[in-house]
Design a protein around this ligand. Sequence first.
Ligand code: AMP
Length: 290
Amino acid sequence: MNIVRTIADLKKDIRHFKLDHHSIGFVPTMGFLHEGHLTLARKARTENDTVIMSIFVNPLQFGPNEDFERYPRDEERDIKLAEEAGVDLLFLPSVEEMYPEEPAVTLTVHKRTSALCGLTREGHFDGVATVVMKLFHLTEADRAYFGKKDAQQLAVIHGLVDSLNVPIEIIGVETVREPDGLAKSSRNVYLLPEEREKAPAIYRALQLVKKSVEAGEADIALLKEKARRMLEEEGGAEIDYLEILSYPELEPADSASGTIIAAAAVKYKNARLIDNIILPVKGSASCSAQ
Ligand code: AMP
């Protein structure tokens, strides 16, 4: 595995891949790798000649009171895990390398951000879209892999690629979970032991929505109320949101046809966790992967 830290070195390697007509699969991450990230990398490995992973904690997508400074980092371990997952090129740029000066142009996301994390994380998805667009240009990838755990992010990336005609295929990958259902996340390390015990209630509450929908329940308000009650009773956390919306539009689900998302964000003492499930509405045949 080749490790590069500068854009100049990255471009040199990309030139060789392109000369060899390699297809390039790209996995953008913020590091502190776990099975979720590695699943993305392994899928990219099976579908492309060359796999590039980036590890970059992007300051543009963190608010002033968020956890940019204390976001977990372990470069040595990440290098080992990325190599084991079959990554060919690991791009590890510094903040100065990515943003040598204040950018003259950044992106603004206009749709799919007025709900869920977009409500409280102002500017977050603009920062995500901007860095992802830079990374798409830098890697010249054919395919990019994103986790459905960050379903709103995935919806925004689909919007970005569609709106700006970015020549890349976006692949959504199922959420990887701990055996007790908790979605794997770099931020799980910040859970206190008693919080870690209770956190699987997030997934249980989402599963309750799924089972109720499958049993024929179509009243969105009732579904939300049932799930919220379970999460309040068992989650041991402050609920930031528990929503059921259309997906990928993220609009009120009452009139949804096709696919809905049940999504939750909860705040523990040192970590804010998100999770979701995406499911077809009754009577609809498809559950789109967007
Ligand atoms: P992050 O490092 O948190 O920015 O995540 C990098 C990529 O890994 C994103 O596309 C995430 O959606 C994805 N990812 C994070 N956690 C999981 C998970 N538990 N299962 C699947 N993908 C994940």
